[in-house]
Design a protein around this ligand. Sequence first.
Ligand code: HMG
Ligand code: MG
Length: 298
Amino acid sequence: GLPARVRIHEVGARDGLQNEKGTVPTQVKAEFIHRLADAGLTRIEATSFVHPKWVPQLADAEQLFPLVAGLPVELPVLVPNRRGLDRALALGARRVAVFASATESFAKANLNRTVEESLAVFDPVVRHAKDEGAHVRGYVSMCFGDPWEGPVPLRQVARVCTALMDMGCDELSLGDTIGVATPGHVRALLSLLNEEGVATDAIGVHFHDTYGQALANTYAALEHGVTTVDASAGGLGGCPFAKSATGNLATEDLVWMLQGLGIDTGVDLGRLVATSAWMADQLGRPSPSRTVKALSHK
Ligand code: HMG
Ligand code: MG
């Protein structure tokens, strides 16, 4: 059966904006996050404490975080290394995410490290974050396919997942960075992870919608018992270090499906659509979300 409740992990302000060419003013990002919270989202990934030259769009993390820190929502942030963790903790962040790759090509492109080297960087980061009482998410990118390497063996993905859990991560997020997954593939990876000792409770899913499969993949994950789903308001998103990465599953498309299934999310769809329409105006182009299009033409 399907879960009664789904936790949406909103990534629009981070994954959504990190790929934008034009600099989005810090005040606009802050308003975006405030509006997402007003729309009922309770976990909003705010920014990344990565190297400012690697992701110039998020170079204002120090300025942005204090503008949203008072909101009564969870505000996870990305940290690629100890330097990033220290920056995040100094501002009072309580939830951090490290981000690993299932493939060597993307580990190199995204982190300038091999998979092993990046895991060695994350190990003390996760430990220190846990010692400080923070909640730690472990992203794994390229779980279903890689733009340079093609198909990615399930066992290779599972190995990185179990390494992150063994370090002490509280949860995983399985990234389909380039949106190539299909539902059977999702089921197969979730089953293998369970066999390897990772509980479904500790697994979130992160689908980009390049091939229009994100919602179908999400449904397969829900049937498997997954209750944490990543999505991006308006379907913004992509990764500057992965060619062919497009936007994430749109939060509105997800909420529309969940509402129809009678699954509670706590999100006010009208307010969320208004927020994405406003953000689309700020960015100067329409939202790719079908649900945003349908509901804003009413
Ligand atoms: P590097 O060049 O190898 O860094 O980059 P380094 O460790 O050699 O350090 C070089 C300099 O950078 C040093 O300064 C460090 O202090 C500084 P110097 O001593 O030369 O003056 N530095 C930093 N400064 C500020 N904040 C930091 C930091 N770290 C080092 N955190 C690094 C390695 C990991 C830093 C770089 O590759 C990086 O920032 N990568 C981030 C890439 C990124 O943000 N990608 C997008 C997010 S992942 C994603 O989108 C996928 C996801 O959505 C899931 C999915 O869809 O699959 C999560
Ligand atoms: Mg992503």
